[in-house]
Structures are given as structure tokens and as C-alpha cells.
Design a protein around this ligand. Structure first.
Ligand code: FES
Ligand code: FES
Length: 285
């Protein structure tokens, strides 16, 4: 705060008992608040009094807010033109195999474009700041965090979301394996996990190294990934439910192409009824 000055030197009608000091910043703000129509003088008086009673900055903020709101009041019968998109850009891209052209603000993230503009809500918003992996989608074959990707940078690219993985009623092998190995609980992280896993398999086929790869000198295609490798490569996808063992088992099964047995099954109503009779409902898991 700068220098202070006695408030009654300014053009407010201030109650004599409420004279006090205003800082230079407060004075500056007061001078810039224009008269509000009808009640302008009264408001300035109120402001001066409020400032004098120790509520200076708060009163200034309230009045400034009120001023903004007042300026937004529309005259009766006013007709508005549609609000123009700020910084609008047209982006042409292919989403799940379908060409789309989007006119949107250049600052819109791919995640918001998918969810809010295209109603592709399979892609989830978790942290919205690149920490959780819930928003993972595949762009030109590589997994990306859609919350950190501007839609405007996807011109001409191919985007695959979890909605684009199945072929009709046939689930993608990774989707089927997630079900088989109980790779999810609440399911919130699952679309991101699945997209990440699909791209991971391709990375292994391409021979791309990871942080825990033991040999960086030679790059062989069709890498055989250990569980540790899969954990490392999936480490950007957080699961609050802790479904990690099932996720790793699901990816490993598809990666190895080797069928492993499902370790759970749905229990039928007859079985539940029979267990109820025998008092063995604790055996249902
Ligand atoms: S929502 Fe994008 S990383 Fe969390
Ligand atoms: S299944 Fe719930 S967060 Fe992963």
C-alpha cells in the first residue's frame, strides 16, 4: 500500500464521525468507479462510509462486482447476436475412423472437444493436468494425454478413443482381457488404461525401449515384456481402486497371445439360493 490521505479531502459525502485514512490504492480505485445510474451518488457515499469503517477493500470489491453485474443488465426486449467463438479455428481430424470438422476456440483441449463437443464421454477427465492418465487416447498410433493436447494441434490426425476399439459387438482383445482378468473395479480409469495398453502393445511390436529396458544397444522388434516392463510402461495410468494385478495380467495375456484361465465367474441365482439354505453365503466372492 502506498501513502495515506484523509478521506474527506475527496469528493464523498462522508459522515464526519467516520473520517479515516485511505491508502493511495484505495483512493485510486474510488476515483475510477464511475457514477452508477440512479443510485450513483448514494453508492459513492456508502463506499466512503464503508471505507471509513474499516471495510475499505471489501467494499471496493463488492462495488466493483456490482458495477460489472449492472453493466451486464440487458435492456428490455434486447436481441443478442450469437456470441462469437474467441480465437476460433477450424480443425479437421478423423475420430474413430470418421472425418470431423470442428470449429472451436484454439485453446480447447482434445479431452474437452471429445467430451463436450462430440459427446464421446468414454474418455474420462480425472485431474485435467496430466497426472492420472484417465484421459489417455491414441493419436496417430501413439498414446497421448488428451487433457494436455490442444485440439488445434490434431489437424489431419487420427484419434482413437475407447469407443473406437471394438468392432461392432466384438470387443478389442484388451477390452475382453480386462473383463476376464477383473482389471477394473469402479471403471473410471479403465478407458485410459485400455487405450494406453493398446498403444503399449504396438510399442512392444515396434521394439521401443522403456525406462526399465535392460538392453538399449540393440532394438529388436516384437519385444517380450516382463510384468515389470508392463508396470513401468503403464505407470502413467493411475488406478485408485488398485486393480493393477488384473490390469497387468490382462495386458500380459494379450501380449503373449497365451490363453490363461479366468479366475472368477458370475454366480447364478440358483447357486445363491442353495448357499442361502446351507448358510454358506460367505463363500460367495
Ligand atoms: S485427466 Fe488427463 S492426465 Fe488426468
Ligand atoms: S478401476 Fe477404479 S480407478 Fe481404476
Amino acid at each position: 500500500m502506498g501513502e495515506s490521505k484523509v478521506i474527506d479531502e475527496y469528493d464523498f459525502d462522508l459522515h464526519p464521525e467516520l473520517q479515516t485514512e485511505l491508502s493511495a490504492d484505495e483512493r485510486e480505485l474510488l476515483q475510477h468507479i464511475p457514477e452508477l445510474t440512479e443510485l450513483g451518488t448514494e453508492r459513492r457515499k456508502f463506499l466512503g462510509q464503508a471505507a471509513a469503517s474499516g471495510l475499505g477493500i471489501l467494499a471496493l470489491q463488492l462495488l466493483a462486482k456490482e458495477q460489472v453485474l449492472a453493466s451486464m443488465e440487458a435492456p428490455e426486449g434486447a436481441v443478442f447476436a450469437p456470441v462469437a467463438e474467441e480465437n476460433a479455428v477450424a480443425v479437421k481430424l478423423k475420430i474413430n475412423g470418421v472425418e470431423k470438422t470442428l470449429n472451436l476456440d484454439s485453446r480447447v483441449s482434445l479431452l474437452d472437444a471429445l467430451r463436450e463437443r462430440l459427446a464421446l464421454t468414454g474418455t474420462k477427465k480425472g485431474c485435467d493436468q496430466g497426472q492420472c492418465g484417465a484421459c489417455t487416447v491414441i493419436v496417430n498410433g501413439r498414446r497421448v494425454l488428451s487433457c494436455l493436447t490442444l485440439t488445434a494441434t490434431c489437424e489431419g490426425k487420427e484419434v482413437t478413443t475407447v469407443e473406437g476399439l471394438a468392432k461392432g459387438d466384438d470387443l478389442h482383445p484388451i477390452q475382453a482381457a480386462f473383463i476376464k482378468h477383473d482389471g477394473f473395479q469402479c471403471g473410471y480409469c479403465t478407458p485410459g488404461q485400455i487405450c494406453s495398453a493398446v498403444a503399449l502393445l504396438q510399442e512392444a511390436k515396434n521394439g521401443e525401449a522403456s525406462h526399465v529396458s535392460t538392453n538399449l544397444r540393440t532394438s529388436a522388434r516384437n519385444l517380450k515384456l516382463s510384468d515389470d516392463e508392463i508396470r513401468e510402461r503403464m505407470s502413467g495410468n493411475i488406478c485408485r481402486c488398485g486393480a493393477y494385478p488384473g490390469i497387468v495380467a490382462a495386458i500380459q495375456e494379450v501380449h503373449q497371445g497365451r490363453e490363461t484361465a479366468q479366475t472368477w465367474r458370475f454366480v447364478g441365482e440358483d447357486e445363491i439360493a442353495a448357499l442361502n439354505v446351507e448358510g454358506k453365503t460367505d463363500e460367495i466372492v
